[in-house]
Design a protein around this ligand. Structure first.
Ligand code: SF4
Length: 241
């Protein structure tokens, strides 16, 4: 399918599923794919709330993208922050950069700064739209489905850009004047918190620059995994009505 067909299909899926499941929300990390998806949601003019998670450790370039998105799109982007007390306690007890010390500490930090604010945003919602793509990681995202049931958050999850290539994302962004982070020009391919993200080397997986000190199977922050730490992959046939 060419890019025109993929755009039409993504918009159709956004319209169909947001009509079927309300209230619906879109979580944006302000990555290139999420910015393309925001542009498509804007084009589709669907009833979807948009939010982003400010972990307090984002690179300045991500705030630049947020600012540009707030100017370009009429749709408000809600910014969610972690619980102040929890961040303070974690930093005092373990150290502000203790996520480098062990996988347990890293997951604790992600849980406080990302997962808990996400749970708040998803509470009571019926549809969660994400910019996840299969091409982002052979190890953790290669068998994603268009729609799945996320049992952890008890919500239907829609990935409208599932089969988009990285080249298609950037081609769309360029042709539609969609703001993207300057970090992509510096070799970054997946952008998260500043201390946990770095550029990748030639031939590496797109998510290799995330938590690069850990083994490849653990390169998810907890936003898209079930209680056993596995990426949610339930297919459409098992969806709840
Ligand atoms: S990505 Fe790093 S800094 Fe951000 S929440 Fe996770 S461990 Fe903490």
């Amino acid at each position: 399918m060419d890019i025109k067909g993929k755009v039409e299909l993504a918009i159709q899926n956004l319209v169909d599923f947001s009509q079927q499941y309300q209230p619906a929300v879109f979580s944006t990390s302000l990555s290139a794919e999420d910015m393309v998806l925001l542009d498509l949601i804007d084009l589709a003019a669907i009833d979807v709330g948009v939010f982003t998670l400010d972990t307090g450790r984002l690179p300045p370039q991500t705030y630049d993208v947020l600012s540009q998105a707030q100017k370009k799109y009429k749709r408000p982007i809600q910014v969610l922050f972690p619980d102040t007390q929890e961040v303070e306690t974690f930093s005092i007890q373990h150290g502000v950069n203790s996520f480098y010390d062990s996988k347990e500490r890293r997951k604790q930090c992600c849980n406080i700064r990302k997962v808990k604010p996400l749970r708040r945003a998803l509470a009571g919602k019926k549809l969660w739209i994400t910019g996840l793509r299969s091409a982002q990681s052979v190890a953790t995202r290669s068998d994603l489905e268009l729609v799945s049931w996320d049992a952890t958050n008890e919500i239907h999850k829609l990935n409208p850009l599932l089969d988009w290539s990285t080249e298609e994302i950037f081609a769309y962004a360029k042709s539609h004047d969609v703001p993207v982070s300057d970090l992509y020009r510096q070799g970054y391919t997946s952008i998260g918190c500043a201390p946990c993200t770095r550029p990748i080397q030639d031939g590496e997986d797109e998510r290799a620059g995330r938590w690069w000190w850990e083994d490849v199977e653990s390169k998810e922050c907890g936003l898209h995994v079930d209680n056993q730490g596995r990426l949610v992959r339930t297919n459409q046939e098992t969806l709840r009505n």
